[in-house]
Design a binder for this molecule. Structure first.
Ligand code: ADP
Ligand code: GLC
Length: 469
């Protein structure tokens, strides 16, 4: 079985969030399970590119609209990631440092997809499946089936994994010229709400759709940023498969970013050492419970609620706790949090993306706050659990599927219903109570660290999807 994953992100090559983590791990564990699983992604100018060895695999010209462009496919030669990794270079479009956020992202990702399909159409064999991730690869199933030049890829099955349906890659119809000559009678497959919608096109054209948790699959039928009826009508080809985590990367016993290593038997002392280091670095008191938020400062993560909620929590619980926020995003939220940190010595903010600090925080924190409005799976809570940090989550999507409230039998986390100040402050109060009860806290830590979210157990669910095609 040969599977080709197509994605905009893949850790450690380029990562903006959980999509990168998943595409950097799932193929590795698929290969371990005997599936030849490969990854194809854009060749951004990130450090990984310059610290790895590459060979040119293919070079050709393709068209996007009237523009003829040259693309080059390079392949990593040392199997550094545990799978074959291919990067697509297109001068002027993909040769940049960042993954997203450019005015010409529609052209960038369309050209990337054209190059991938053009390249695959020159292979002298057909893969078992082409597995597309999110909207950045969403035009591929349509192109394989309805672009005249790629008709011979028509019989290759495609899978779409929806990591986040909030982002759909909308393009005005004027940009339809970018897509290589296609069967105009199939216009309806590209369209959703009078624009080209790459995610909707993939939902219509892919043979199978997976979402990154079972609850998110159900939620999408009612909350899918405009795609609800489409998802509902395609539900027979949809399946929710909960993400795993890479236990080799996220292991507190070996994680090279940590000050002190620990496992389930040494969790109390190990976490305290990591906490002392972080508290010393940021000027916090290591005897207080440490609450951490890590993530994109956007509405989906309910980051906008954080400044007011933390302000009230500090008012309610005074000097009983410390808070640390790592993230970047909405400038208003960044400013709100920065101002709060100026006026309160128990709150610290680190703006920006920092992989090493994120690992240190998962290890150092007592509690990880995730009040997300939308959370298709969420990996932060899984990493937190692996590092003995109590997850505090809003009951939604994958958070609901992975965190059991400490009030329920066998529970090791804190759940709440609303992404608002009242619920967050109440949850902080419950957390402070459990922090005072060291026996219960240790029991919860030991329990959560032993929950198995490894990819090994998830890989089979994807294999079943490929087998069904
Ligand atoms: P999403 O993909 O929606 O952002 P996930 O919970 O699936 O949410 O994954 C987020 C990933 O990004 C995790 O690996 C998390 O540690 C990481 N992350 C998010 N923000 C930052 C940041 N500012 N610095 C370092 N890592 C971050
Ligand atoms: C998306 C989702 C997140 C999920 C990740 C990996 O970014 O927002 O919830 O964990 O993809 O699937």
């Amino acid at each position: 079985m040969e599977v080709v994953h197509i994605s905009a992100e893949c850790y450690p090559v380029a990562k903006a969030g959980g999509l990168g983590d998943v595409v950097g791990a799932l193929p590795k564990y698929q290969n371990k399970a005997g599936i030849t699983s490969k990854v194809v992604m854009p060749m951004y100018r990130t450090p990984f590119l310059y610290t790895s060895d590459w060979v040119v695999d293919y070079k050709a010209k393709a068209y996007m609209g009237g523009w003829e462009f040259e693309y080059t496919i390079i392949k990593e030669v040392n199997n550094k990631l545990g799978f074959d990794l291919y990067l697509v270079d297109i001068a002027g479009l993909l040769d940049r440092q960042k993954i997203y956020g450019y005015a010409d992202d529609a052209e960038r990702f369309t050209a990337f997809q054209i190059a991938v399909v053009h390249w695959m159409s020159h292979w002298n064999h057909r893969p078992t499946a082409v597995h597309c991730h999110d909207y950045h690869a969403g035009l591929i199933p349509f192109m394989m089936q309805h672009c005249y030049d790629y008709h011979h890829l028509r019989s290759v099955p495609t899978v779409l994994t929806i990591h986040n349906a909030q982002y759909q890659g909308w393009m005005p119809w004027a940009q339809s010229v970018l897509i290589p000559k296609w069967d105009l009678s199939k216009k309806g497959l590209l369209d959703w709400g009078n624009s080209i919608n790459p995610l909707a096109a993939a939902i219509k054209c892919a043979y199978k759709i997976t979402t990154v948790s079972p609850s998110y699959m159900q939620e999408l039928m009612h909350h899918a940023n405009g795609l609800e009826t489409l998802i509902a009508s395609e539900k027979n080809k949809c399946v929710g498969i909960l993400n795993g985590i890479d236990h080799e990367v996220w292991n507190p016993a070996t994680d090279t970013y940590l000050t002190a290593h620990f496992d389930v038997d040494t969790v109390t002392a190990g976490k305290q050492k990591n906490k002392e280091k972080i508290c010393e670095q940021f000027g916090l008191d290591a005897t207080k419970p440490l609450f951490v938020f890590i993530g994109r400062l956007v509405g989906e993560k309910a980051a906008d609620v954080l400044p007011a909620a933390l302000h009230t929590a500090v008012g309610a619980y005074g000097a009983y706790a410390s808070y640390m926020i790592l993230g970047s995003g909405d400038p208003a939220v960044e400013a709100g949090l920065t101002n709060l940190a100026y006026t309160n010595k128990n709150i610290k903010v680190s703006l920006g993306y920092n992989e090493s600090l994120s690992h240190q925080l998962y290890a150092a924190a007592d509690f990880l706050l995730m009040p997300s409005r939308v959370e298709p799976c969420g990996l932060n809570q899984l990493y937190a659990m692996r590092y003995g940090t109590v997850p505090m989550v809003r009951s939604t999507g994958g958070l609901q599927d992975t965190v059991v409230d400490m009030g329920d039998a066998g529970g090791y986390g804190i759940r709440f219903t609303h992404a608002n100040e009242t619920d967050i402050v109440h949850a902080v109060g419950r957390a402070i109570e459990v922090f005072e009860n060291k026996t219960h806290l240790l029991w919860m830590r030991e329990r959560m660290m032993q929950v198995n979210h490894s990819w090994e157990q998830t890989v089979q669910s994807y294999t079943n999807v490929y087998k069904s095609l």
